[in-house]
Design a protein around this ligand. Structure first.
Ligand code: A3D
Length: 313
């Protein structure tokens, strides 16, 4: 048992693996919720039975009853549908918006003081929706995408240069998806600028592979999408919050004029601590990077406008 509890909504691939990582990192007790009750209960029971061999003494409960999340300091939202053949982007957006709205109402009811970390796609739009529907302070609602995109970029660079990924620093900003903005000017290997190691052409090809990183995995898995690296990225953010580490990470955060953007969620560097987003950090961006960030935010805003027109916000 821990005196810290975290709720994970959605016990699918990402949610189930998040629960596992939280326990194995000894971060908190876990409440795992899914509309499919047996899935959440079954995974919770399975994870409980790993306690003896993994050596954690933490409580994990699962089910579909939201009263289980009572007392959680943080709630990770991974519930949602994935795009099926024949489903338009707008269909997915509307359906996940309805799911997220229902979940946020339950979070408001059972843990009104919690921090919300969104994972459900389309990420930046769902995070904006969660912020608006919850009425929580902006600091307490943010989304995971950039830590994952950056981890992918770091891995591809590390693999190419045969160095440990931990020796590669990189930040990928912008909305999650095709319009992500890898900051090549801030990418370093062993503390040295990346262009000392790779040509522009080679860097561009790694940027492209990062941009297509999710799709590459989908095409290999055939069913479902990535979940090991996404759940790891979530836990990196969660740990910075629960341990008040104040790490600067790429976070989908609410912007109020930072980077010249307003009333939108978009991936930016942010300091994560016990209050959530403690500060949006303004890096010096090149004119091209800033323009790419604005293009990316514009795409997010189009999704937000669609939800507003559909009366879902
Ligand atoms: P999946 O394995 O299908 O799990 C989703 C779970 O949500 C399923 O178990 C559903 O039963 C459950 N669910 C659906 N509706 C509800 C509801 N109303 N209440 C509670 N549970 C519900 O998907 P996944 O785990 O692979 O992905 C989950 C979400 O995360 C999707 O939207 C993905 O697109 C998204 N995702 C985002 C990233 C980012 O980097 C932003 C990365 C990976 C996945």
């Amino acid at each position: 048992m821990s005196d810290i509890k975290v709720a994970v909504i959605g016990a699918g691939q990402v949610g189930g693996t998040c629960a596992q990582r939280i326990l194995e990192r000894r971060l908190a007790d876990v409440a795992l919720i899914d509309i499919a009750e047996g899935l959440a209960r079954g995974k919770a029971l399975d994870l409980s039975q790993a306690a003896a061999t993994e050596g954690y003494d933490l409580k994990i409960e699962g089910g579909s009853d939201y009263s289980l999340i009572k007392g959680s300091e943080a709630v990770i939202v991974t519930a949602g549908l994935t795009r099926k053949p024949g489903m338009t982007r707008e269909d997915l957006l509307s359906q996940n918006a309805k799911i997220v709205k229902g979940i946020i109402d339950s979070i408001k009811k059972y843990c009104p003081e919690a921090i919300i970390i969104m994972v459900t796609n389309p990420l930046d739009i769902m995070t904006y929706l969660a912020y608006k529907v919850s009425g929580f302070e902006k600091e307490r609602v943010f989304g995971m995408a950039g830590v994952l995109d950056s981890a992918r970029f770091r891995f591809f660079i590390a693999e190419r240069l045969k160095v440990p990924p931990a020796e590669v620093e990189a930040f990928v900003l912008g909305g999650h998806g095709d319009s992500m903005v890898p900051l090549v000017g801030h990418t370093k290997v062993k503390g040295r600028p990346i262009d000392e190691f790779l040509s522009d052409y080679e860097i561009d090809s790694l940027v492209k592979r990062t941009r297509d990183g999710g799709a590459e995995i989908v095409s290999l898995l055939k069913t479902g999408s990535a979940f090991y690296a996404p759940s790891s990225a979530v836990c990196e953010m969660l740990e910075s919050v629960l341990k008040d580490k104040n790490e600067v990470l790429p976070v989908s955060a609410y912007l109020e004029r930072q980077y010249g953007l307003e009333d939108v969620y978009c991936g930016v560097p942010a300091r994560l601590g016990s209050d959530g987003v403690e500060e949006v950090v303004e890096f010096d961006l090149s004119a091209d990077e800033l323009a790419a960030l604005h293009r990316s935010a514009k795409q997010v805003r189009e999704g937000i406008d669609y939800l507003k027109k559909s009366h879902l916000i």
